[in-house]
Design a protein around this ligand. Structure first.
Ligand SMILES: Cc1ncc(COP(=O)(O)O)c(C=O)c1O
Length: 359
């Protein structure tokens, strides 16, 4: 299966416990559901093409101006416009990323007809040590005059690694001016304040051209409505926004995202529940002696030491969908999203048998 097809597939049908797509198990804010439902009454009208109210609210939330914000149908769609925009008119452009980064960087580079260059990371988790550690020096060493974008998912999916604030500051300082530094903060809510992690907004990055991606798909639990945001220099934001299809963001999606920003209590409960579930899942795996990377996202990446196929099937036979990572070249790993407390219990109950399944 190609990486394009394989990494974007949904969960196998019929799973009672769906832990294969890094979705929030806690659901969206009730205020978001109410706002989206109300918006349906006007479904015969086109949405606001500029998403002006949402962009203004994101700008306030992020401490920037609306001119520094674009929104799109998920951060994936924004990447598909941003990377071709940055590589436009350059037949030899390169996009640089750590190996096994979020698959959409590769897809967007392909759409830009740019070369996608991967930088090796550390190896898998062993014992109690997490895997796939990232070294920004290796990234800097791979920059060439052709590099247009350095893309970093931070925290990373599916490896669960992260680059800490000090390393990001160093990277930004050393990165040549012709390179856009793209930091994808899809999972930041589950990482803030832990293990040296810092958002770009809380760092003093000494680089002109820094772009941040955020999404409403994870902590805000709106994956099905497709809303993401891009923050960056106004000229690049405007050029990227100019590439999107008109009226792309449905009115219900705009309304739900806007309402979500106003429900801090629901967001906080989701963050607390996710971090606690990640801790329990990781603890349970430790007790079983299973190496894994718990990282700072809403998932855990598990080392199996054997091909993942039978393990995925064994979980599926127990009604639990987990994600094989074959499209990333990780044949012996699965990614398990943090579920509700009951879902975490279900995984840990199934784990002793499922994780050792061989056929
Ligand atoms: C690193 C990363 N970025 C972004 C996204 C979110 O994409 P979208 O906003 O298109 O749902 C994901 C979702 O899996 C992700 O893992």
């Amino acid at each position: 299966m190609s990486i394009a097809a394989g990494a974007a597939v949904g969960p196998p049908p019929g799973m009672a416990v769906r832990l294969s797509s890094n979705e929030s198990p806690f659901g969206p804010s009730p205020l978001a559901v109410e706002a989206a439902t109300a918006a349906l009454t006007d479904a015969h009208r086109y949405p606001d093409d500029a998403s002006a109210e949402l962009r203004a609210a994101v700008a306030v939330d992020e401490g920037v101006t609306p001119a520094e914000v674009a929104v799109g149908t998920g951060s994936a769609a924004l990447l598909m416009d941003l990377i071709p925009e940055r590589c436009a008119g350059d037949g030899s452009a390169e996009v640089l990323a750590f190996a096994r980064s979020f698959v959409v960087y590769r897809l967007a580079a392909r759409n830009a007809r740019a070369d996608y260059v991967e930088v090796a990371t550390g190896g898998p988790a062993t014992g109690t040590a997490p895997g796939y550690q990232r070294d920004v020096e290796a990234l800097l060493a791979a920059v060439t005059p052709r590099t247009r974008v350095v893309a970093i998912d931070n925290p990373a999916n599916p490896t669960a690694a992260h680059v800490d604030g000090a390393a990001l500051e160093h990277l930004a300082r050393e990165l040549p001016g012709h390179v856009t530094l793209l930091i994808d903060e899809a999972y930041h809510h589950f990482a803030d304040g832990q293990q040296g992690y810092a958002r770009v907004r809380d760092l003093a990055l000494d680089h002109e051209d820094v772009v941040v991606l955020t999404t409403f798909s994870k902590a805000y639990a709106l994956a099905g409505l497709r809303v993401g945001a891009l923050l960056g220099p106004p000229a690049l934001v405007a050029a990227t926004d100019g590439r999107r299809p008109r009226f792309n963001l449905a009115a219900a999606a705009q309304a739900a995202a806007l309402a979500s920003l106003g429900d801090r209590a629901h967001l906080d409960a989701t963050i607390r529940g996710t971090i606690e579930g990640r801790r329990r899942l990781s603890q349970g795996l430790h007790e079983l002696g299973v190496p894994h990377s718990a990282g700072l996202g809403n998932f855990v990446t598990v080392e199996l030491g054997r091909h993942a196929g039978p393990v995925v099937e064994a979980f599926a036979a127990r009604g639990i969908g987990v994600r094989p990572l074959t499209p990333y070249g990780l044949e012996e790993q699965v990614r398990i999203t943090v579920g509700t407390p009951t879902e975490v219990d279900a995984v840990l109950t199934a784990a002793p048998e499922a994780l050792t399944a061989t056929s």
